[in-house]
Design a protein around this ligand. Structure first.
Ligand SMILES: NC(=O)c1ccc[n+]([C@@H]2O[C@H](COP(=O)([O-])OP(=O)(O)OC[C@H]3O[C@@H](n4cnc5c(N)ncnc54)[C@H](OP(=O)(O)O)[C@@H]3O)[C@@H](O)[C@H]2O)c1
Length: 338
């Protein structure tokens, strides 16, 4: 099969303070297939997955940290089939089935020889060192839904949170994609003795409440709309709080439930400052193939399930992003079929 030269993809044209406006301005257009460098591969997209960072990157505050040259193709999570390999690629061959988080840090900002993002298009370029082989028993759909949110929670619990077997963890926002992975990782893979979370009685697409959804994943749940977690859990001496929500006032309550010297890892509040005898660690995920491989292996073993909120067609990418902006509307990953 010869390598195509043109493709269709979603272009974002500008960053605006209102991400709804920036998403609404995106267009599905003809564009050149990106060039594949010596340590890179060209992949035919099978599925992509939507993450909040896709629309956050269309806001000036994120562009200050991770500038992209507009127009650019958003999207970081993807699965697909390798159709061209660079001359220095050693671990992958034509026809390999892969998945990847293309990486905010790894593709946006100066000094990268790959396009920013790129998952919301018919073909994308991926760097060999960031890419994982898709195990045969994991579908392309699930493989696209795992990398970014899964790695975020693995790095939050292990690298930043140093969670040890027998320790207690509180996940703020258990029905979020990152929260669902965190509950399962803590409970089934890392040996936490207690895994608590916050969720609401809002419904999932399958019709259960988000509270029941989180209980089914193995967490003990506090209905955050009816009770304050810092009151219900006061004095419980958690080793770790993992914040997937970013409510600014939550960090001030953390000392009521954390043990002395405990850790508060946040992925959604980069302004958080400790107000007691605990450490605050903001985290921005890194795309690390070894982490993704580990998550895929746990998925194959059935230790983590990959929560899919819904599968949408490529024509509905803007609707998926607008749904993500509303936050409450999702429970798990919105996945895009190409
Ligand atoms: N720093 C990083 O590297 C990194 C990586 C990934 C994600 N993030 C950030 O982390 C956050 C979560 O991302 P995600 O992809 O996991 O989100 P998501 O799947 O879009 O989260 C949506 C879920 O959050 C729940 N939720 C909303 N407000 C809540 C609250 N106050 N308490 C408990 N649950 C609440 C919603 O349920 P309800 O129906 O109850 O509202 C909904 O089920 C986002 O801000 C994202 O940008 C950061």
């Amino acid at each position: 099969m010869s390598t195509p030269t043109t493709m269709k993809g979603w272009f974002a044209y500008e960053a605006t303070a209102d991400p709804t406006a920036a998403v609404s301005g995106m267009k599905w257009v003809d564009m050149p297939v990106p060039a594949c460098g010596p340590k890179q591969m060209l992949v035919k997209t099978t599925y992509a997955a939507i993450n909040p960072i896709d629309w956050k990157m269309l806001m000036p505050v994120y562009q200050e940290m991770f500038p992209c040259t507009f127009p650019y193709v958003p999207g970081f999570d993807a699965s697909g089939v390798v159709i061209a390999v660079g001359a220095e690629v050693t671990k992958f061959s034509l026809g390999d089935e892969i998945c990847v988080d293309l990486g905010v840090k790894e593709t946006c900002g100066p000094g990268h020889d790959v396009p920013a993002g790129g998952a919301f298009a018919e073909y994308f370029v991926t760097q060999e060192e960031l890419t994982s082989k898709k195990p045969p028993s994991i579908s392309f759909e699930h493989a696209a839904a795992l990398p970014l949110a899964g790695m975020t929670s693995l790095q939050a619990l292990v690298d930043q949170g140093s969670l040890q077997p027998g320790q207690k963890v509180l996940v703020l926002g258990g029905s979020s994609a990152t929260g669902t992975y965190a509950i399962q990782l803590a409970k089934n893979c890392l040996g936490a003795s207690e895994t608590w979370t916050t969720a609401s009685s809002n419904l999932t697409p399958a019709g259960s409440t988000k509270i029941d959804f989180c209980k089914a994943l193995g967490a003990e749940v506090i209905d955050y709309k009816r009770a304050n977690w810092w009151e219900v859990l006061a004095g419980k001496d958690f080793d770790l709080i993992y914040d997937c929500v970013g409510t600014p006032t939550d960090v001030a309550e953390a000392s009521k439930v954390l043990k002395k010297g405990g850790i508060f890892v946040t992925i959604a509040n980069f302004a958080a400052v400790a107000s007691g005898d605990f450490t605050v660690k903001p985290l921005l995920v890194s795309s690390v193939a070894a982490d993704c491989d580990k998550l895929l292996a746990w998925a194959v073993q059935g230790k983590i399930t990959i929560p899919v909120d819904s599968v949408i067609g490529v024509e509905a990418v803007k609707d998926g992003l607008l749904k993500s902006i509303k936050m409450s509307d999702v429970s798990g990953k919105v996945v895009v079929k190409f």
